[in-house]
Design a protein around this ligand. Structure first.
Ligand code: KG4
Ligand code: ZN
Length: 341
């Protein structure tokens, strides 16, 4: 065909996603099969279950994305797959599908970095150049701050030394007897709570270092909810108001540090744009604080619509940038589950 389209595939964690994006970065399809239901009763993503679900979902998701884009494989200029970082089994399903299509249809294959893609979602949402920018990726697996000079030039400024922010939400929600995923549950409970009820720790907030730590906060919540002696919380021992107050105070502590570090990074780099990605960007209190901190810095805040913040394949449109540089990969390319900096 004479259309110029990329079929992008993302399967790094627990979403099976495929997208079709044209060379002007128009998103023609953005299909995501979520596995939240499968992992819910385990309170977190179970890698083996994730891999099996990807196997079942990958071809229907690819078919659906081509159907929505009214495209055929003849319309494609390249196939893109997220190859790092992520769960090894999950990544392999998407990459294997991508390799197979690339081999059969003799198309170039492009390997995409999941974290660069999250920031590129801001470029997609804005519809124009957003660089240079400070980038924040805040999800169940990542809490990373970046110096983003260009789509493919991102330098890690700092990340979490223990739990990711979303992981902290999930763990604290479990402690309080709230359902998985914890972020939305905590946010809901917090609406009726007092964010100043408990003065939970805000690690590194007064220091220049652009790093995060949420394990001390998690422990402080545990002690508050369970009492100093107990090792586990009995949520039934807490009143609705206590749960609401703990949730609100916890959420306030997390968003305080996230917003403060974004402000520090903007100031240190002198940039006028903050780009945010990842599922925790759904949090309304975080959005408020980021709005405050960016306006104080005279900077612009870019948070894409939620379907581009959580894991999706449209963000892998960064493959167009790679393709323009001739950065395609051979069919024997592997996945790199670990974080590549
Ligand atoms: O990006 P995402 O969908 O998946 C990955 O982790 O890659 O992010 C999921 C994370 C979960 O930890 C979830 O609890 C958190 O994002 N999350 C939230 C909210 N919605 C989702 N955290 C805080 N507030 C929310 N409203
Ligand atoms: Zn992600």
């Amino acid at each position: 065909g004479d259309r110029r389209l990329i079929l992008a595939i993302e399967s790094s964690c627990d979403e099976t996603a495929a997208s079709v994006i044209d060379s002007d970065l128009n998103i023609l399809a953005n299909v995501v099969a979520s596995q939240t239901d499968l992992h819910q009763r385990f309170g977190g993503v179970v890698p083996e279950i994730a891999s099996r679900a990807h196997v079942e979902n990958i071809l229907p998701v690819i078919d659906e994305s081509l159907r929505q884009a009214n495209a055929t494989l003849q319309d494609l200029s390249a196939i893109a797959a997220v190859t790092h970082p992520g769960l090894v089994g999950s990544l392999l399903i998407g990459l294997t599908a991508a390799k197979t299509l690339a081999a059969v249809f003799d198309l170039p294959l492009v390997a995409v970095d999941h974290l660069q893609a999250h920031i590129f979602a801001c470029r997609l949402a804005a519809g124009r150049d957003v660089f240079p920018a400070v980038g924040l990726v805040v999800s169940g697996g990542h809490t990373n701050l970046y110096d983003c000079q260009a789509p493919l030039e991102m330098e890690l400024l700092g990340s979490t030394i223990d739990d990711a922010a979303g992981e902290a939400f999930d763990k604290v929600a479990a402690m309080l007897g709230l359902e998985y995923p914890g972020g939305p549950s905590i946010e809901r409970a917090a609406r009726n709570g007092n964010p100043a009820a408990y003065d939970f720790p805000r690690s590194f907030i007064k220091q220049d270092r652009l790093e995060f730590s949420f394990s001390g906060l998690k422990t402080a919540v545990l002690y508050r909810a369970a009492g100093q002696q107990a090792k586990t919380v009995d949520p039934a021992s807490l009143s609705r108001q206590q749960i609401a107050d703990i949730a609100a105070s916890f959420q306030e502590a997390v968003v305080d540090v996230l917003a403060a570090k974004c402000g520090q990074a903007l100031q240190q780099l002198g940039y006028r744009t903050l780009c945010v990605g990842g599922g925790v960007a759904a949090n309304g209190r975080l959005r408020e604080k980021l709005t405050d901190v960016t306006s104080q810095c005279g900077a612009e805040l870019i948070i894409p619509p939620m379907e581009l913040c959580t894991d999706n394949a449209a963000m892998a449109a960064i493959a167009w940038e790679l393709l323009a540089r001739g950065e395609t990969v051979a069919l024997d390319v592997g996945v790199q589950p670990g974080l590549v900096r």
